[in-house]
Design a binder for this molecule. Structure first.
Ligand SMILES: [Cu+2]
Length: 317
């Protein structure tokens, strides 16, 4: 009898450990609080910075975070990389299984820009600004200015709202997923060209899927053990943007966030906006569309400037 109880306790204990490990896996990166929204709805959301940079002294990912900089894809002033996945399952699941298209963003969704805007209330840091393109479209934001503990306290939540996105009625898209570029800066004095995971964590979009011009993007050394993008590991290749993210200052080893971006998935309202006739993707259920920010947009807008239009003092680049 007592043995049975002990076994039960042991089993429950193992389950608790397994559940804890699983939940830590889920919160292990920088992601959105609500990663999936329905089309046509403006949603109050958060960028959640779940852990800090690598700390050489503790060996953990718990170095304090000084600020974060966030970019959503803009298809008005830039040409995002767009992929369509019509076999979103098994080995071709996710954006990894998408196929590059030259169709403009308007084929699939609107508006073309202004996807994410900072909310002024409840920002954990007291310095912040939106980021805009040359036409004034809001492309993202930054917030920072103080070292926020990440060793004892939990996630840092930065509030924003996402625009009401409409999926084009004429398209076969059942979802549109915006892939974000984010840099969490721990060492404000670091510069991106020499920063490592000890200084900055990049949650970088790497569009390594079929047909993308210039792909595969990789690192000088490659890394068969990093499966963020594909089971084959990170290939040897050229960088996508200047903010891909590396463990090492030499930029040869892909870091924690390489090819592991936050995403905002907008799902089609199939009741009010049914698929047109003849859609064959995913067995007739519709295509999943993925939108990656242009490398040029990332290079222009991930750096942190005094002014929203990337002018004035440079706070970090
Ligand atoms: Cu992580």
């Amino acid at each position: 009898m007592s043995n049975t109880i002990n076994l039960k306790k042991l089993a429950l204990g193992s389950l608790a450990v397994a559940a804890l490990a699983a939940s830590q896996g889920v919160i292990a990166h920088t992601r959105l609080e609500s990663p999936t929204v329905v089309e046509g709805t403006k949603v109050h959301n958060f960028v959640v910075v779940s852990h800090g940079c690598n700390s050489p002294s503790t060996g953990g990912k718990n170095a304090a975070t000084y600020g974060t900089t966030v970019v959503f894809p803009n298809a008005a002033s830039y040409a995002p990389v767009i992929g369509v996945n019509s076999k979103n399952t098994g080995t071709t699941a996710g954006w990894q299984g998408a196929v590059y298209t030259t169709n403009p963003a308007s084929t699939y969704y609107s508006p073309a820009a202004g996807i994410g805007t900072l909310l002024r209330g409840g920002i954990p840091w007291n310095a912040y600004n939106n980021k805009v393109d040359a036409a004034g479209n809001k492309d993202g934001f930054w917030a920072g200015g103080a070292s926020m503990d990440q060793s004892i306290t939990t996630a840092i939540d930065v509030p924003f709202y996402s625009a009401a996105i409409t999926i084009a009625p004429t398209s076969c898209a059942r979802s549109v997923t915006f892939v974000l570029a984010i840099a969490d800066v721990c060492n404000i004095n670091s510069v991106s060209t020499t920063a490592s995971d000890n200084d900055v964590l990049y949650w970088s979009p790497i569009p390594n899927f079929s047909g993308v011009p210039g792909a595969p993007f990789g690192t000088p050394a490659g890394d068969p053990t990093n499966t963020n993008v594909s089971s084959a590991g990170v290939p040897v290749g050229k960088p996508y943007s200047r903010y891909d993210g590396y463990k090492d200052a030499a930029h040869t080893i892909p870091g924690d966030g390489w090819g592991s971006p936050a995403t905002l998935k907008v799902t089609r309202n199939l009741t009010t906006n049914p698929l047109p006739a003849g859609c064959s993707g995913n067995g007739g259920a519709g295509d999943d569309v993925f939108v990656f920010p242009a490398a040029q947009q990332i290079n222009n807008e991930i750096p942190v400037y005094q002014n929203a239009n990337q002018t004035g003092a440079v706070y970090w680049q």
